[in-house]
Design a protein around this ligand. Structure first.
Ligand SMILES: [Zn+2]
Length: 504
């Protein structure tokens, strides 16, 4: 299976301190000019063709005083988009504005784009450059298509950025886009294409290419480990291709450095099991593996950045099928850490496969473990698909988590995880109930359930991916499938530096 996740890595990006000259503008089909809303004469003077563009923008603002965007053509047919932006706005707003600009440019399908910033202070110019580059790259990522007359891939080969007093490091943006693209592509694949077996083979090829070690725990290996929670979900599959992938990324001189574990729910299709989903809710369930794709995309991005800490990545790949062998409500199964579970609702399969995966990942004693899962409808009810929910067994991590959400534009909000929620999960026959049927804060109960499988001493973050699919795109991402989580995690690790603090 070929996935063009490296597509944007071939796009050249050049940065220039000097404002663009008219002759340089003439050489491009599409030009993007960005000014602050309060731009004065000095900022305008830095723009090429200012004498022509400023009166046109004034006329536009005369008609509509809220106008912030002028779309026009120069005499030589160069297409110009002139946009004013408030440099104080949030990263999310900046990324959203950048996505809309990138979508406008995409209509022109240029081979090169000239981007000129004028009138911004250095840190503002850096933020804008990062957001605009992220959106331009995200806008040209191809997505799976099975149409007979498939859309041509975007022509963009080069971005020239002018007016930067200092060079902006774009390595993190580029790595994030590559990881996010991989996550989006995998998630958008139909379930008859991306079976657990096909997925595993793709990951094996990727691991060879990227120099990661890989092992795979199949049905037999999981049975030996007594991973009864995972196997309960997998047992209805007519093909025994489910299992847990374990990837190891080991940078040079990693000995003694605290380890990170990334864990992902990879349900390649979720029928709901014998508590079968109605049509409206089963639609889109090929994306129920997005947690695993986000964990994998994050690993790829970290690998591209030469992250200096060892990372283990655990992906729970399975399907939740109906059939005579399927697990049923009131079945009692035992996970590999010895905890017995009373099954209540077979559509709560995500927490079942994650239970054993988290317990196995815990045995390697990572300092920090982050899991990603499209886990609960309750989280979407609470936050909509604009935010994702986060939980941690260390309250002190709520600060860095919300900061990473704000700073990256992939917004998250923390939920509580107090012990007394466990009362709802008391079972008369087993150690714990899988869930309840009452619909009370299921996102919190699901996390309390998962908490049983995370070993003490591990700093743990659970991301309930409510924002995995947002109609029309979200932030800088133009597709419904968002790949939410890669950008957030890079910020958490590289800007908030959560691996470097002992959280209590
Ligand atoms: Zn489900």
């Amino acid at each position: 299976m070929e996935i063009p996740y490296g597509h944007t890595e071939k796009i050249k990006i050049n940065q220039h301190a000097k404002p663009a000259l008219a002759t340089q503008v003439d050489a491009h089909r599409a030009v993007l000019l960005i000014l602050p809303e309060t731009a004065g004469a000095a900022a305008w003077k830095q723009l090429p063709y200012a004498g022509l563009l400023r009166p046109r923008f004034r006329r536009l603002q005369h008609r509509d005083r809220h106008a912030t965007r002028l779309v026009t053509d120069l005499p030589n047919a160069t297409h110009v988009i002139l946009q004013t932006l408030d440099p104080q706005c949030s990263t999310f707003e900046l990324l959203t504005a950048a996505r809309k600009l990138a979508e406008k440019l995409r209509e022109q399908d240029p081979t090169s784009v000239l981007l000129q910033l004028a009138g911004f202070k250095k840190p503002q110019a850096r933020r804008l450059t990062e957001a605009l580059t992220a959106a331009l790259l995200a806008s040209v990522c191809p997505m799976p298509s099975y149409k007979s007359d498939a859309e041509k891939p975007a022509a963009l080969k080069r971005i020239e950025i002018h007016g930067l007093e200092e060079t902006v490091g774009l390595g993190q943006v580029r790595a994030e886009i590559t990881g996010n693209h991989l996550a989006r592509w995998l998630s958008a694949l139909p379930a008859n294409e991306l079976t657990p077996g096909v997925y595993r083979k793709f990951i094996a090829a990727l691991a060879r290419k990227e120099g990661w070690q890989m092992s795979f725990l199949d049905h037999e290996a999981l049975a030996r480990k007594q991973a009864g929670a995972f196997l309960a979900v997998a047992q209805a599959s007519p093909v025994r291709d489910a299992g847990i992938v374990h990837l190891r990324y080991r940078p040079r001189a990693h000995a003694g450095k605290p380890r990170l574990a990334l864990v992902g729910k990879g349900i390649c299709f979720d029928t709901g099991g014998v508590n079968v989903k109605p049509a409206k809710y089963m639609n889109g369930m090929h994306e129920d593996m997005q947690g695993s794709a986000v964990a994998l995309g994050t690993l790829l991005a970290l690998s591209r950045l030469g992250f200096d800490r060892p990372v283990d990545c655990w992906l729970a790949l399975a399907q939740n099928h109906i059939g005579s062998r399927a697990y049923k409500p009131n079945d009692v199964v035992r996970a590999c850490n010895g905890t017995s579970i009373e099954v209540i609702h077979t559509d709560a399969e995500g927490r079942m496969v994650l239970a054993d995966t988290l317990a196995l990942a815990s045995r390697e004693k990572p300092q920090l473990m982050i899991d990603y899962a499209t886990l609960t409808g309750a989280c979407i009810h609470a936050l909509s698909s604009r935010y994702s929910g986060v939980f941690s067994n260390r309250d002190a991590l709520h600060g860095p988590l919300t900061a990473a959400g704000r700073d990256s534009g992939e917004r998250v909000w923390p939920f509580p995880l107090d012990k007394d929620f466990d009362e709802a999960l008391k079972s008369s026959i087993a150690d714990i109930k899988q869930c309840t049927l009452e619909g009370e804060a299921d996102h919190i109960l699901a996390t309390r359930f998962l908490n049983r499988f995370v070993a003490d001493g591990i700093h743990w973050i659970h991301v309930d991916l409510a924002a995995s699919n947002h109609k029309g795109g979200l932030g800088h991402i133009p597709t419904d499938t968002t790949g939410f989580g890669v950008r957030l995690t890079l910020n958490l690790l590289l800007q908030q530096r959560v691996l470097e603090t002992p959280w209590s």
